[in-house]
Ligand binder design. Sequence first.
Ligand code: PEP
Ligand code: MG
Length: 849
Amino acid sequence: MLTPDATKEFTLITPDAAISEATHGGRAKCLQRLVRLNLPVPRSVALSFAAVHRVAEGRMADTPGLLSAFGPEPLVSVRPSSGDADWGGPGAILNIGMNDVRRDQLARSIGREAADGLYLKFIQTYASEVARLDPEPFEEAIEATDPLRAAMDAFEFEADEPFPQDPAVQLAEVLRSMARAWEGVSARLLRQARGAPVDAGLGLVVQAMAQGIGAGESGSGVIRMIDAKTGARQITGHYHRKRFDGNGLQREPLHLSSDPRGASMQEEAPEVYAELISVLETCRRNLREEMEVKFAVTGGKLMVLDAVRVARGARADVRVAVALAGEGIITPEEALLRVEPMSLTELLHTQVDPGAPRDVILRGIAASPGGATGRLVFSSHAAQTSASHELPCILVRRETTPEDIRGMHAAQAVITERGGMTSHAAVIARGLGLPCIVGASGLRISQRKKTLTTADGRVFVEGDIVTVDGTAGVAMAGEIEMLQPSLDTHFRTLMDWADVACDIGIRANADTPADARMAHTFDAEGIGLCRTEHMFFEQQRLTVMREMIFADNESDRSGALEQLLPMQREDFVELFRIMAGLPVCIRLFDPPLHEFLPHDREGMMALAESLDLPLSDVVRRVEALSEFNPMLGMRGVRLGVTVPGIYDMQVRAIFEATVEASRQAGAAVVPEIMIPLVSAKREVELVKTRIDAVAAAVKVETGRAFDYRLGVMVETPRAALRAGEIADHAAFLSFGTNDLTQMTYGLSRDDAGRFMGTYVSNGVFHEDPFHTLDKEGVGELLLIGAERGREARPDIVLSVCGEHGGDPDTIAFCRDAGFSYVSCSPFRVPVARLAAAHLALRSPRPARE
Ligand code: PEP
Ligand code: MG
């Protein structure tokens, strides 16, 4: 095998030439593959990264020598060849070598009109892209009686020298401008933002021009075998026929394959079409990828100018990967590795029902897919406040800045007045999987008045309900019906393969039967966290819940608890039924009670009415229950220990549901019960004693035996440090990294938003630790807790159920630490499954027991 020689200035692309992706870039390497496949590729020469870098530094390439590779009077194109086409780069420049003499020669074979057209286009491109002149005079030249003359004059006027006639000079200037463009600051920043390394190099490919103009079947185009949106097998692309019949040039756009709407290449030039299809098949089989082929046909002779991977969205990516693996072209493992886990969010989003009636209020660029309804808010702070009250919101900004990230996390969708596909809001929203519209033209936003005025003069104020369709780039007044994501067979196949590869469990956080159904749809391996307090947000239940909180004597409290019991039991039966034998981990009541209390006078009056109490009683009780620091107050197990009746009711509901669900299923259900916010072993002992007593009572009452598994949430640093002794009573430890992050940093989950932006932008935190696990601090507590827990109880099951559970980096951390599973929101489950499969494929470890 030849070793690529990066020091060599030019390398003719032949089957044996020393060319590699690492030294010459993807395009050069791909062209070599096409040459090796005996495809008709015009003569091409590759310039290595090193050679182009030397050009950028001012050491000019031997362009006369380079051109000599193309025979006398050549016309060539130059195209960029970097490590990854997605990093961007200078655009292609065609017809280098065009001058007065060449134009006259060409005129004889393709006619004066076409020759002049090519020359004019070259001058225009050269002027703006190479000589960096103002493009306007060259655009205006087209209007002149002699456009070519006008363009030449404009060049001489603007550049202070005549248009260069020497092809070697032209080529030298083209190479220099491309090399310099790559090294420019903005190009560098842009590609780094797209994942390019700091020292990413640029290679260039110089290729003999194949004009695709001439007598007989001639033209040029682009062809693919798939629909880039869906990945479905379908010929797409375009073909522009340019036939010279001696008198003039016949230009005609043709469909590629037979089409009832008009003439096609398939019907009019079937041999060329067949040849193209066979080129695509050859590429697909041998390059093991769906390729987009750029081609030219001259007098019936096909030339393949270039081939690149078809740029496509996540849906198509999944379909193509699965199809290639299905045909044995790649392995299922490769198919998995070809799909970026985070990109799956694109497939998973709720979409606005296209058939639902809609009142469109604004249009913009569809920057991030999905649909969401919420109340309008005009600042990140307002978005966070809205989220803290569990009110879905739509964040509207003129444009977003890094300070807005917290607000974007809190919002259901984002609209910006300015921006484009790669603006801050668009990039961040896509990363977060938030529906987003940018560049909403005609929109006027007043941050001060908190109003949004649409192009037709309608005014919307903060709090108004709006629906965003990020897939179509439109927003509508009011709430609109949504369609849940439809997960096609390709997606399901990929997910099945992921499960085979995956060696860490992925469960879902699901609080209600509806969540559980979603978790089941996404094939979660169970419920890792059911926040039971979320079962009480419904209005009717909330009232009973409040009665329970307000009870100031045992009998009133048990009266309320008795009402809550059947509600809980029904929900649990439903959860067990939906999850069909998969584990369901139920967390006992956790939040501070004040979250269930009204905060303003209006709310208190309503409560007084519903409880038939004097307002003064309600006010007094709310005051008595209020805490200075509720997050660190009477919540979680502290409530369980202090007001044990609540947990008694909950575990009774769980056990009665266990008996019922086991009876219905004809198989034993084994519930997992989890105690939140533990910091001392004794808390667990106290709760466990009561749970065991309730279990014994239910067994006697129902005459049925059942098992349950008791676990502890590690959410306080002390619980992590004392995991050894806590493990004595716990079959499993589930790290609640939300609270653990809050308590490790001493950082309020609800207030951190006020300074998180400043902290991240000043580099105090690399990232918001509530979104990406802080491996150094919180992570160390996880490791300590895991080690001490395991020491005391080697078979202890370890997991993470905080928001971090769906983050690929956190999954990697948990997997390395030997955790059994992570649990995340249902929509994140597929991302987590694929991310876990990637980890397992990239660094296999012995199979799970
Ligand atoms: C946690 O603290 O990580 C957790 C999962 O519980 P919650 O978010 O309900 O406090
Ligand atoms: Mg918690």
